[in-house]
Design a protein around this ligand. Structure first.
Ligand code: PEP
Ligand code: CO
Length: 450
């Protein structure tokens, strides 16, 4: 039995992973403040993204969704946002050229502040405190004051998202995304490491294509579109009061949209079919993602598709699979078959990060570049076998030269992890590892080495 949807109907469903706010009045005041603020994105933009994702579901485009595991209130500078964007644009150039299809770029940014936790508390010595739930809720410092959920953080998250969004719009429309310039950065990477030189051929081909275009009179001056790109925003819609406060009715169509980001996803820990997260997102017009881990069964996955996309709109639903490198192929194939047979036009994206996390010898949470590549390779093989389109990747990365994941072009070692381990939450690929990954994915999908 399905009740009528409203922006607050989620409140009648069990809501997993919500903080225990100590003061309900403060929470309501914060949510009310946000409800009075302007939307962060516009319904028309969410519709454009859905149309672009519709192309992905039809096999005519590829999705690159990438950014921090968790954005931080402390690491919020123009530099770090620019560097993250730079890497996403660099990856997109490689993927676009190699695959010959448009790349839909979606940042895990401008709102990716909330984290689900396996355990609600963390113990150090004999002290138990609430677990870190991301800067939208509490702080990392291990003391009672920092870990107590603080509703004013919801308001701060809104403001930081607004400034990040503003900068993303400026960078992507103001010349920073110029194709020739982005390619020049890629060439630097290719030239500067032995592993990178493996990609020299592709880089040279892109170079020739750009020269050819220039010779034909197609350059940024004559064609400003070459200097502009669309980068959409996304985050896990976890803290439901915040998402409700930004859920607004579109004046053009009368439909409701969650205007906190263009795309929202439901995490592996909150994807209960009758849960509050499904209830909120089923009613908004945005494109929606749902993470699915190795325990999901085909019948459950079909129920997810029915609930989130009963009208079977192409681009509405992205299934982000995170199976782990060792069994991705065998787990994925029956799911691909079931969803295809049922006629659901989904985007299939591979999150090769969350099923491949382990603790390094010195206790750091890490991921190995080779496992990440290996999960994507299994994902591609499964799609090839079933005749479906490996539509995209969903990765955690930063533009900075951090040392959080092992391996990659510069061979980050276990003993390097302490050098620059800066993540708020999960280990991210650094700028060079990310670009390395883009070249590998290009090889895998354009067919040379699966
Ligand atoms: C995440 O994307 O950071 C995350 C928590 O993923 P998952 O829900 O797949 O565990
Ligand atoms: Co993560």
């Amino acid at each position: 039995m399905t009740q009528a949807w409203t922006p607050s109907s989620w409140q009648f469903h069990p809501a997993a992973q919500q903080p225990e706010w100590p003061d309900e009045d403060e929470l309501h005041a914060a949510v009310k403040t946000i409800a009075g603020f302007p939307p962060l994105v516009f319904a028309g933009e969410a519709r454009s993204l859905q149309a672009a994702l519709g192309q992905v579901s039809a096999g005519n485009a590829f999705l690159l969704q990438a950014g921090d595991c968790a954005e931080s209130f402390d690491d919020f500078s123009a530099n770090s946002i620019r560097e993250k964007l730079r890497v996403i644009l660099q990856m997109a150039v490689v993927l676009t050229y190699s695959m010959g299809v448009p790349v839909v770029k979606v940042g895990r940014m401008a709102g990716q502040f909330a984290k689900p936790r396996t355990s609600p508390t963390e113990r150090i010595g004999d002290v138990d405190l609430p677990a870190l739930r991301g800067h939208i809720v509490n702080d990392l410092r291990f003391d009672a004051a920092a870990r107590t959920p603080a509703p004013e953080r919801l308001v701060q998250a809104y403001h930081q998202s607004a400034s990040t969004m503003n900068l993303v719009r400026a960078f992507t429309k103001g010349g920073f995304a110029d194709l020739a310039r982005v390619h020049a950065w890629n060439q630097e990477f290719v030239a500067s490491s032995p592993e990178g030189r493996r990609y020299e051929r592709v880089a040279n081909e892109i170079d020739r294509a750009l020269h050819f275009m220039r010779a034909c009179g197609i350059d940024t001056e004559s064609n400003p579109a070459l200097g502009q790109v669309d980068v959409y925003t996304s985050h896990e819609a976890l803290i439901l009061g915040y998402e409700e406060a930004l859920t607004r009715q579109d004046t053009l169509t009368g439909r409701w949209y969650d205007c906190s980001a263009h795309m929202l996803w439901i995490g592996e820990r909150t994807r209960q079919l009758d849960g509050a997260h499904f209830e909120l997102l089923r009613g908004v017009g945005n494109p929606i993602g749902c993470k699915v881990g190795p325990t999901v069964e085909a019948t459950e996955l079909l129920a997810i598709c029915e609930r989130l996309n009963p009208a079977r709109l192409p681009g509405r639903l992205t299934l982000i699979t995170r199976m782990g490198a060792s069994h991705v192929e065998e787990r994925l194939r029956p799911l691909l078959r079931a969803v295809t047979d049922a006629g659901h036009p989904v985007v299939w994206a591979c999150d090769p990060m969350h099923g491949n996390t382990f603790s390094s010898a010195n206790g750091r949470k890490t991921r190995d570049f080779d496992d990440i590549v290996s999960e994507i390779a299994g994902f591609v093989r499964a799609h090839r076998a079933e005749g479906t389109w490996p539509g995209g990747i969903h990765v955690e990365l930063t533009g900075e030269n951090v040392t959080e994941c092992l391996g990659g072009a510069d061979k980050v070692l276990d003993s390097d992890l302490d050098d620059r381990y800066e993540t708020m939450c999960d280990p991210r690929l650094n700028g060079r590892q990310s670009l390395d990954l883009a070249f590998r994915v290009a090889e895998l999908i354009s067919g040379s080495s699966v």
